[in-house]
Design a protein around this ligand. Structure first.
Ligand SMILES: NC(=O)c1ccc[n+]([C@@H]2O[C@H](COP(=O)([O-])OP(=O)(O)OC[C@H]3O[C@@H](n4cnc5c(N)ncnc54)[C@H](OP(=O)(O)O)[C@@H]3O)[C@@H](O)[C@H]2O)c1
Length: 339
């Protein structure tokens, strides 16, 4: 059994990690941290985790084989170097190690990076693109929730993109975290739908970075318009991606391309009908439906996942499984909760 520490179990990503890892057959959660509830029994704060007899600590007290860091950006980067120094494998769920270019990070996140020397070592934790490198990694930068949905939707046709891509995405409220913010109150969100990040959302550079890498040096970086929306549900992301293509392609060819690209990737599933967020609730699957709009010739890809599972904690566990040489499905192959 490998030992696991979770930094920030008091956030949504952290507590979801605890829920999923509790049933993982090859690990044991030995320490959890969270400033606001330090000193309390985990079961008193989160009764659904009552099987775990742990006290929430202010900080990790001893080394673990793997540590999941579920802190906000900047706070995450501040703790990662000391964790690596203990010999732990680290999966960071924040944005701190996702971008390869420190200037890009600093301009989008408006903070100085405390350990830019680790950016070249960190592996972007999207197993469908970087599985072999994740296996060898000490530090994995778990992708953002919107980028996971968008990059998986665009990756199979990255080389065919010809013109601005539009990613119109909707997310449930848990994507905004557990901290109290006025815009996330029930009466603000219920029966409401709103766009945000209209002048640029921080997830955009990750999407561009990964798609540009897939296109290689001979093609321009893609031009991407990414517009997120908040909708009144707890979990889930639906990303509708509109893609102008270089050549007209048939729907059958596109679907074949998607299926071939994701062959052998258990959590990226090409589906035969437009997917819905409820079909991914609580599961680690990303469902994708590519279709060609015959009027414009645009490719439309609908991509759907649970932001806290494939968009965060489930994917983090998928990465851990790869880092330890296990089947990547271990502990995270449950199917969606329906209805
Ligand atoms: N929510 C999602 O769907 C999602 C998806 C993908 C990635 N992520 C990323 O995962 C990370 C955690 O997100 P989340 O949604 O779980 O957050 P969250 O629920 O908002 O958790 C935030 C908690 O972090 C702790 N915290 C805040 N500032 C801190 C600091 N400077 N130092 C230490 N602890 C601090 C606080 O808990 P205490 O006061 O108890 O310490 C706060 O309640 C973020 O980087 C986020 O971008 C989230």
């Amino acid at each position: 059994m490998k030992t696991v520490g979770i930094i920030n179990v008091t956030g949504y990503a952290g507590v979801e990690l605890a829920r999923l890892l509790l049933r993982h057959p090859a690990v044991r959660i030995t320490q959890v941290t969270g400033r606001s509830e330090a000193g309390k029994k985990l079961a008193d704060v989160f009764p659904h985790l009552s099987e775990l007899d742990l006290t929430i600590q202010p900080e990790l007290e001893s080394p673990s084989d793997v540590v999941f860091v579920a802190l906000p950006h900047k706070a995450a980067a501040a703790v990662v170097p000391s964790l690596l120094a203990t010999g732990a494998r680290v999966v960071d769920i924040s944005a701190d190690f996702r971008l390869h270019d420190v200037a890009e990070y600093q301009s989008w996140y408006q903070v100085d990076h405390p350990c830019p020397e680790l950016l070249s070592e960190a592996v972007y934790g999207l197993p469908e693109l970087h599985r072999d490198r994740i296996r060898e990694a000490r530090l994995v930068a778990n992708p953002g929730c919107y980028p996971t949905a968008a990059i998986l939707a665009l990756a199979p046709i990255a080389d065919l993109i010809n013109g601005p891509v539009i990613i119109d995405a909707k997310s449930g409220i848990s994507g905004g975290g557990r901290s109290l913010v006025l815009t996330n109150h029930f009466s603000e969100v219920n029966e409401n739908c709103m766009a945000y990040g209209v002048h640029g959302h921080r997830h955009l550079p990750e999407i561009v970075q990964e798609i540009a890498e897939l296109r290689g040096n001979h093609l321009d970086a893609p031009s991407v318009l990414f517009l997120p929306h908040l909708v009144p549900m707890t979990r889930g992301i639906l990303a509708s991606c509109y893609v102008p293509l270089r050549d007209r392609v048939s729907e059958a060819d596109v679907r074949q391309r998607f299926r071939a690209f994701y062959q052998g990737h258990p959590f990226a599933r090409v589906v035969d009908a437009p997917p819905q967020t409820k079909q991914t609730l609580g599961s680690n699957f990303c469902l994708m439906y590519p279709t060609v709009d015959s009027r414009t010739g645009h490719l439309v890809v609908l991509s759907c996942l649970d932001n806290l599972v494939k968009g965060a904690s489930g994917q983090a566990i998928q990465n851990m499984n790869l880092m330890f040489g296990w089947d990547e499905r271990l502990g995270i192959d449950s199917i969606a909760v329906y209805p």
